[in-house]
Design a protein around this ligand. Structure first.
Ligand SMILES: Cc1cc2nc3c(=O)[nH]c(=O)nc-3n(C[C@H](O)[C@H](O)[C@H](O)COP(=O)(O)OP(=O)(O)OC[C@H]3O[C@@H](n4cnc5c(N)ncnc54)[C@H](O)[C@@H]3O)c2cc1C
Length: 233
């Protein structure tokens, strides 16, 4: 086995998929069991091996998914079926009983516990992190989440404004930006967490900084994907 593959193999944890099923129109619920104790914070993601280990196809080996829930050595994922890509194929083809390898939970898109108020902004893929983080805040927060329509909404705690873009593309979407621009009643000290498609994230961040004078240190941004890029982490 080449050295690079050996290093990756040593980095990966193992668990067994004990559920792999539809959870809404385009969501797959994946439950991974038996990984052993993991250090997890709401908002953390894992890098899942979705293809055979090979340096020649390194870009198609790992894909990033937020941990929806972690309890009793179980990790729950929610994978959005956006249509193409090894990650989407892996989630659609996974069957219970299959071994799954992944890198331990990590990430800096987590709740800033010292903040007095929290505002979450994102689209479908971001709603997994938003769901985990708002649960940790017992719903004491606001969220703006853009999806195609009702069928793609995950259960998210707190004051949630769902935005439906309909058939419009998910990238560089004006819908979310428009809704953020018309937000009222934002309390001083609110931390804004922005995630999802990269161009939309940038547009929302720019608006908060330039039009609302939001303090830079109170904005947390994590781009999850963008057209033409594969396997962002
Ligand atoms: C920190 C982090 C956490 C994430 N958490 C989740 C999660 O919990 N659930 C989840 O479903 N996704 C999540 N994502 C997004 C996921 O990693 C990407 O959607 C990833 O591209 C999927 O891999 P793929 O192999 O299916 O597609 P890729 O091969 O990576 O991408 C192929 C092409 O598909 C398009 N594409 C990719 N994602 C989307 C999308 N969501 N909608 C429309 N078009 C898309 C792009 O044009 C891209 O070039 C997360 C990403 C990051 C960085």
């Amino acid at each position: 086995m080449p050295h690079g593959e050996w290093v990756l193999e040593r980095l990966l944890q193992r668990a067994t998929a004990t559920a792999a099923q539809a959870a809404g129109r385009r969501w797959r619920r994946i439950r991974l069991e038996g990984a052993g104790p993991l250090d997890w914070k709401p908002g953390h993601h894992i890098r899942v091996q979705v293809g055979p280990l090979s340096l020649r196809t390194a870009r198609d080996v790992l894909r990033t998914y937020t941990v929806w829930e972690h309890y009793d050595n179980i990790l729950e994922l929610r994978v959005f079926d956006h249509g193409v890509g090894p990650g989407a194929r892996w989630a659609n083809g996974l069957t219970p009983g299959t071994e799954v390898r992944f890198k331990a939970p990590e990430g800096r898109f987590t709740v800033r516990e010292s903040a007095p108020h929290h505002l979450f902004i994102g689209e479908e893929t971001a709603s997994v992190a938003i769901g985990a983080m708002t649960r940790a805040l017992n719903g004491h927060c606001r969220s703006l989440i853009e999806v195609d329509d009702l069928a793609d909404q995950l259960p998210v705690d707190g004051d949630v404004q769902w935005l439906h873009r309909g058939a419009a593309p998910a990238h560089d979407s004006p819908t979310l930006l428009k809704a953020v621009a018309s937000l009222e009643g934002i309390k001083p000290g609110t931390v804004a967490y922005i995630a999802g498609e990269a161009k939309t994230c940038q547009a929302v961040k720019r608006h908060l900084l330039q039009d609302r004078g939001w303090p830079r240190h109170d904005i947390v941004v994590k781009p999850f994907w963008t057209p033409g890029r594969r396997g962002m982490d």
